[in-house]
Write a protein that binds this ligand. Sequence first.
Ligand code: UDX
Length: 474
Amino acid sequence: MSLDLHIRFRPDQGERMEEEKRVKRRIVLVPVPAQGHVTPIMQLGKALHSKGFSITVVQTQYNRVTSSKDFSDFHFLTIPGSLTESDLKNLGPLQFLMKLNQICEATFKQCLGQLLKEQGDHDEVVCVVYDEYMHFSKAAAIEFQIPSVVFSTTSATAFLCRSVLAKVNAEKFLIDMKDVEMQDKLFPGLHPLRYKDLPTSAFGPIESMLRVYSETVNTGTASAVIINSASCLESLSLARLQQELQVPVYPIGPLHIAASAPSSLLEEDRSCIEWLNMQKPRSVIYISLGSLALMETKDALEMAWGLSNSNQPFLWVIRPGSIPPSEWTESLPEEFSKLVSERGYIVKWAPQMEVLRHPAVGGFWSHCGWNSTLESIGEGVPMICRPFTGDQKVNARYLESTWRNGVQMEGELEKEAVERAVKRLLVDEVGAEMRKSVVDLKEKLEASVKSGGSSCSSLDNFVNSLKTKNFMQQ
Ligand code: UDX
């Protein structure tokens, strides 16, 4: 494929500016079909579009973003024959990802081949940016000699952890993880993480998890890694990641502040905003466990009674099917429904960003997915951390012990502990201190995506690197 026009023709400055206006270069994005991955990659698409690139999103059949007014300039393609929702139910997330990577390798090649055939002279595909979990994309990029870039939607610390885990001996690791005494010990080289904070998966056997992790950290022939993080959050981990990888690492987050891209895969129930409008400032605890986490019925009951005893208003997102085997809230007792009508509000899915931004919200009970973590810090809301799986445990540890704007709920969930945690966050002095520290961090995050800030410069550096001969030849 041809190199950038600057290199080929060496035009003078006037001609060059004219050329730049005419040449629209295309970036192909490959998201994982899950909310926590779709959200940041669509934000990345918006950020790159604002820098003058055309965007094509190549999606699998399941969990597709539809072309709405927010993405009217984007081009969407579907990989034929990829997996469906029932495959996800039957296989579980880990096996689903493994199978998706197997079957999409060939079909993605066809998709990309077709796209390249149809591209115009002034709309060349300049690179493929794929989610780290969609590593099947590499093969097509190699075949068509298009540079590829890995997009990491988790923290740099979580990336490092996966990289460490990819090298452990599975058998020994399993024994260590079953040793109760080991759980509270610091994991060597990953301070402040303990064994129990490592991103092990609740979704399948350790062997599958290690296999998936080793694929995600193998950047292979990629020319760069883009990561939705910022140096004010984890400068040491970012520096170490840069040392470990052979290619440039660009921390350009938090993308939700840099570029808004509404891409909810579920319908948002906006009635909760009207309910929030009726509550006192900073009085409400918002509870949401993201798009995948599940809750045992006994935990849901403890949670319900703890919330009830705390006497604080609450907004609780309960996704259908997230308290199995109930379809929705059937497992919660009758009396609780009565209490909800007086002091709480339950929805199936909320407009989370708007909720966190609402003045009535004083705290966030979260599973600590990386997006929720960034969004909560970005709105200056302190958190109660109850991680469920994977990187959420890493984020929860950082929230509590590094950034000091979260408190972890560890061990069995009991109503007394729920009540105490909610009061601590919303009523006590401790909560006020956490709010102060989260507001400090919020300001740093905002500064990092503004002109001159580290993430803003990093995005510019990435964009500039796309124009260099080196990048194109990698
Ligand atoms: C998953 C992993 O759990 C997470 O740790 C990883 O970093 C990304 O993939 P998920 O569990 O869905 O993501 O959590 P999270 O990263 O927090 O993403 C959830 C997204 O859904 C957030 O952007 C949040 O704003 C949105 N959301 C959640 C809503 O819009 N409404 C809701 O009611 C709940």
